[in-house]
Design a protein around this ligand. Structure first.
Ligand SMILES: Cc1cc2nc3c(=O)[nH]c(=O)nc-3n(C[C@H](O)[C@H](O)[C@H](O)COP(=O)(O)OP(=O)(O)OC[C@H]3O[C@@H](n4cnc5c(N)ncnc54)[C@H](O)[C@@H]3O)c2cc1C
Ligand SMILES: *[C@@H]1O[C@H](CO)[C@@H](O)[C@H](O)[C@H]1NC(C)=O
Ligand SMILES: *[C@@H]1O[C@H](CO)[C@@H](O)[C@H](O)[C@H]1NC(C)=O
Ligand SMILES: *[C@@H]1O[C@H](CO)[C@@H](O)[C@H](O)[C@H]1NC(C)=O
Ligand SMILES: *[C@@H]1O[C@H](CO)[C@@H](O)[C@H](O)[C@H]1NC(C)=O
Ligand SMILES: *[C@@H]1O[C@H](CO)[C@@H](O)[C@H](O)[C@H]1NC(C)=O
Ligand SMILES: *[C@@H]1O[C@H](CO)[C@@H](O)[C@H](O)[C@H]1NC(C)=O
Ligand SMILES: *[C@@H]1O[C@H](CO)[C@@H](O)[C@H](O)[C@H]1NC(C)=O
Length: 525
């Protein structure tokens, strides 16, 4: 710490909260004392005896599967109010051998930002959510604790022709989202969120605040897609805003098997990744009753964002995908920010304040796949049969191509680029009344994923790191993956970029200070 110790003014100050220092011989006490010594003003911290601890802990546990987890709870939650608080926390944690988990929006599918099998603390960034939009230069600084919806809201307040290619869902935390690449309905036009980051401020494992210049290009490369929780605490991101027309068009068209869904999905595979970059057509595959007697069928919903007006959209569709039979009445023209509401499943005339709401919590398990070869009609029919057997599994097909194919695989750690036709999202959700059936639902999604093996990418079978899935490889009991263990899931998430991530990690955090069940391992020791 020789270079950075001068950054920590040695001033004793008052601690917030009711912590007693009677047990100061314990790690906890020494850690808290360290925080108080090194912070100019008090850093808000909460221990399990504090009144607000439980509220804060549970506030952004997005997956209720983990709400009453039997895993250990953090022995302290630190809620930094400014950048130096994060520095102090990293410095003191390292000094006292404390394991930290960083949480921004708490959307991690496996709860890796708030549960752990080994004793730990949470550094919760919810107070660091400032957003500064610079319309003139089409740039913004966004702090990691903000949500994608807050970012959209702030941009929309200043301009209806600027946007950012972030998540389809608006409650996602910027910190984890951009760390894993991050995509939304403009990925075919503008690539991932990580592709649109031009600078960042981080606290590294030594407690230093660094920007792009001082961290160097290899670490800057790693944080834009290598997954959260491995390299640093990212405080804020400098992002390039992108242009959108004042009027965009959305549509949503339903087709059941009886209405020719199989041929349409087959054709969609051929065209969706080759369409003009302005057009995004994704598919939802649900199971619905086809008869009053309860016979089931597959309902395919084609839902779309077009960065242009209806007239132009219809011209493109007539030329490229006439089979869908899109009509003017299926289309709605609105502003880009209203299209965000549509994709969130909200009325498009809702007040924009709703973009700042917290996550709708539920119980879920999610998996991902990438498809590189079109699936035959016979293959699709087999998939429908499996869907009907595993009816709680919901599937979404997200088209790739466009800008996604133009960016080299090595440009950022996000490696699912040219040659990818589409991504598959599998999800199962349940509520508190169905908890006894949760194992059944999880088994369904695992079966469905297994069933899809012949139809999806192979060697490796790719997966999206932001769709964190602990089924993808063995998990170390001590919460720290070995290189051999990590190579299994790391190869799926990052392909050839995995070894480069290990190289960067070994250089910037040789002691593996930032670690989790699925973090990039250091091979320094
Ligand atoms: C309802 C829902 C909708 C989603 N929609 C999309 C979507 O449209 N597109 C998409 O790409 N993904 C989507 N995701 C996945 C989402 O991108 C990931 O779960 C992402 O990691 C969430 O970020 P977070 O900050 O909310 O999560 P957290 O749980 O806070 O963090 C996730 C991981 O990143 C680490 N981390 C968090 N903050 C930081 C930081 N500041 N610095 C370093 N590491 C950090 C955590 O330790 C953890 O390992 C969705 C998830 C949910 C639950
Ligand atoms: C410490 O507090 C003083 C006075 O409030 C302020 O001027 C200074 O910037 C603070 N230093 C840090 C590192 O926060
Ligand atoms: C606890 O939470 C309440 C409500 O959010 C807030 O008013 C209060 O200041 C908090 N108390 C502490 C000690 O942080
Ligand atoms: C999550 O757990 C906390 C603490 O046990 C509880 O207060 C809260 O109601 C739970 N949330 C939900 C949505 O079940
Ligand atoms: C589908 O049919 C079953 C059996 O008749 C019935 O229980 C169920 O409510 C129906 N679902 C819907 C969405 O209509
Ligand atoms: C939105 O539109 C619906 C139907 O057109 C209407 O019933 C509702 O009141 C509108 N809501 C708002 C907030 O304007
Ligand atoms: C993508 O790959 C295909 C097939 O290998 C190639 O023909 C095409 O030029 C590539 N596209 C881009 C934009 O690099
Ligand atoms: C954790 O376990 C892995 C293998 O399971 C091992 O390689 C590693 O050294 C262990 N780390 C610690 C800190 O015990």
């Amino acid at each position: 710490m020789s270079t950075s110790s001068s950054k920590f003014p040695i001033l004793l100050c008052v601690m917030v909260s009711t912590i007693s220092f009677g047990t100061s011989s314990s790690t906890r006490g020494s850690f808290l004392l360290c925080l108080s010594y090194h912070s100019n003003i008090s850093i808000p911290v909460y221990t399990p005896i504090d009144f607000n601890y439980s509220t804060i802990l549970h506030s952004t546990i997005g997956n209720l599967k983990f709400n009453s987890s039997t895993a250990l709870e953090p022995f302290i939650i630190v809620t930094p109010l400014k950048e130096s608080h994060v520095q102090t926390t990293v410095f003191c944690s390292r000094k006292h051998g404390i394991h930290i988990k960083v949480r921004s929006g708490g959307h991690d599918f496996e709860g890796l930002s708030y549960i752990s099998d080994v004793p730990f603390i949470i550094v919760d960034l919810f107070n660091l959510r400032q957003i500064n939009v610079d319309v003139e230069n089409k740039l913004a600084w966004v702090q990691s604790g903000a949500t994608t919806g807050e970012l959209y809201y702030k941009i929309a307040q200043k301009s209806n022709t600027l946007a950012f290619p972030a998540a389809i869902c608006t409650t996602v935390g910027i910190g984890g989202f951009i760390s894993g690449g991050g995509y939304g309905s403009m990925l075919r036009k503008y690539g991932t969120a990580g592709d649109n980051v031009i600078d960042a401020r981080i606290v590294d494992a030594r407690g230093r605040i660094l920007n792009r210049k001082s961290m160097g290009e290899s670490l800057f490369w790693a944080i834009r897609g290598g997954g959260g929780g491995s390299f640093a605490v990212v405080l804020s991101w400098r992002i390039k805003l992108v242009s959108v027309p004042p009027t965009v068009t959305i549509f949503s068209v339903d087709k059941t098997l009886e209405k020719g869904a199989t041929s349409l999905v087959h054709k969609w595979q051929e065209v969706a990744h080759k369409l003009p970059h302005d057009l995004f057509i994704a598919l939802f595959l649900g199971v619905v009753n086809s008869t009053l007697e309860g016979e089931k069928t597959i309902l395919t919903t084609f839902f779309s964002l077009f960065l242009g007006d209806t007239k132009k959209l219809q011209t493109v569709m007539t030329e490229r995908f006439p089979e869908l039979g899109l009509e003017g009445k299926d289309c709605t023209e609105l502003s880009w920010i209203q299209s965000v509401l549509f994709f969130e499943g909200l009325p498009t005339n809702s007040s924009l304040d709703i973009l700042r709401r917290p996550q709708q919590k539920s119980y879920f398990k999610i998996k991902s796949d990438y498809v590189k070869e079109p699936i035959s009609k016979i293959g699709l029919e087999k998939i429908w049969a499996s869907r009907l057997e595993n009816e709680h599994v919901f599937m979404v097909f997200v088209p790739y191509g466009g800008r996604m194919s133009e960016i080299a695989e090595s440009e950022t750690p996000f490696s699912h680029r040219n040659g990818t036709l589409f991504k598959i999202i599998y999800s199962v959700n349940w509520d508190e009344n169905q908890v006894t059936k949760s194992q059944k639902y999880v088994n369904q999604i695992r079966r469905m994923h297994e069933f899809m093996t012949p139809f999806v990418s192979k060697s490796p079978r790719e997966a999206y790191v932001n769709y964190r899935d602990l089924d993808l490889g063995e998990i170390s009991k001590n919460g720290t993956a070995s290189y051999a263990q990590a190579k299994v899931w790391g190869g799926k998430y990052f392909k050839r970029n995995f070894d480069r991530l290990v190289y960067v990690k070994t250089k910037v955090d040789p002691d593996n200070f930032f670690r989790s069940e699925q973090s990039i391992p250091s091979i320094a020791h």
